[in-house]
Design a protein. Structure first.
Length: 302
């Protein structure tokens, strides 16, 4: 009896120490849906939570404190039938910065093409070779995207194996009736997001993700000036991406600055006047929609 209890305790400890890759908070908002069984949204939220957090997405071993912090929020705006839903999905992920309590936002993206079927209490199933369910294909798409982006911040193009899995999900979904998977539907959808990330023309975008975080932010604890310089140089890489293909690169640059605009302002608000002026010019060129915000860098006092 004691031996069996000890085995259970060891097993629980092992599971707790060697955790899955994601620590993903899930919310399902159904406020716009009236007069239906609200319990289905509670079970949906639980099922999605278990799918994202209990599935093994890679072959690597993660300790509990290494899990990638992320949030997925489903906003259900329409219930087409008893088991069919439409809405949008907001996906966010974060990365801890070395020697600090700060976590840097890596992804902050709203996908407007959420359309899926869900039968209450039915197990969520996913296959890497076929689109079994639009819901699980979308969730797996973002799971691998989050992991790939995280790996890209620790080594140059380290996320490639996981981006390849994202591409496979897109390819498997080309015959799906739901929107978001095809090139001709929209220039800013799931298809184009991974297409642009993997496009060698925009390889400097991925170099930026590594340099910004690993060579820049992770060094700012004890080498603030050097770290900030590396971040400035990483943003110059985005300037080159913009010049390479101005219109086609706009989606990737939007993805970056939706996550980073406020953070960049905070970083360079403590910079030297010359560096402030130089980075403001670059930021306004590659992210014109936030031009007014970037003026805060100039007026901030060191």
């Amino acid at each position: 009896m004691k031996k069996s209890l000890l085995t259970v305790i060891i097993l629980i400890s092992y599971i707790s120490f060697y955790a899955q890759e994601l620590n993903c908070r899930i919310t399902v908002n159904s406020q716009q849906i009236q007069g239906t069984n609200k319990k289905v949204f509670e079970t949906m939220q639980t099922a999605i939570y278990e799918f994202m957090n209990n599935r093994k997405w890679t072959d690597h071993v993660y300790s509990n404190d290494e899990r990638i912090e992320c949030t997925i929020s489903l906003n259900i705006t329409q219930q087409v039938s008893a088991d069919e839903f439409k809405g949008d999905i907001q996906v966010q992920s974060r990365r801890p910065i070395l020697n600090s309590t700060y976590s840097s936002t890596i992804l902050n993206y709203k996908d407007k093409d959420l359309h899926f079927k869900y039968i209450e209490y039915q197990t969520l199933e996913f296959s890497e070779t076929t689109n079994m369910s639009n819901l699980t294909s979308i969730l797996a798409y973002y799971a691998y995207l989050i992991i790939g982006l995280d790996y890209d911040t620790f080594s140059i193009e380290g996320g490639t194996p996981y981006f390849t899995k994202v591409e496979a999900i897109v390819n498997n979904s080309q015959n799906a009736p739901e929107k978001g998977w095809k090139a001709y539907e929209d220039q800013k959808n799931r298809y184009w997001l991974i297409e642009n990330i993997m496009d060698k023309t925009f390889s400097q975008y991925r170099q930026c993700m590594y340099q910004y975080h690993r060579l820049g932010f992770d060094r700012m604890f004890d080498k603030q000036t050097e770290g900030r310089t590396a971040i400035a140089e990483s943003i110059e890489l985005l300037q080159k991406v913009k010049k390479e293909k101005p219109s086609q690169s706009s989606f990737l640059l939007q993805i970056f600055f939706d996550a980073k605009a406020d953070e960049v302002i905070n970083i360079f608000s403590e910079s030297f006047p010359d560096e402030k002026n130089r980075i403001i010019v670059i930021l306004k060129e590659i992210d014109a929609s936030n031009s007014a915000k970037y003026e805060k860098i100039r007026t901030a006092s060191n």
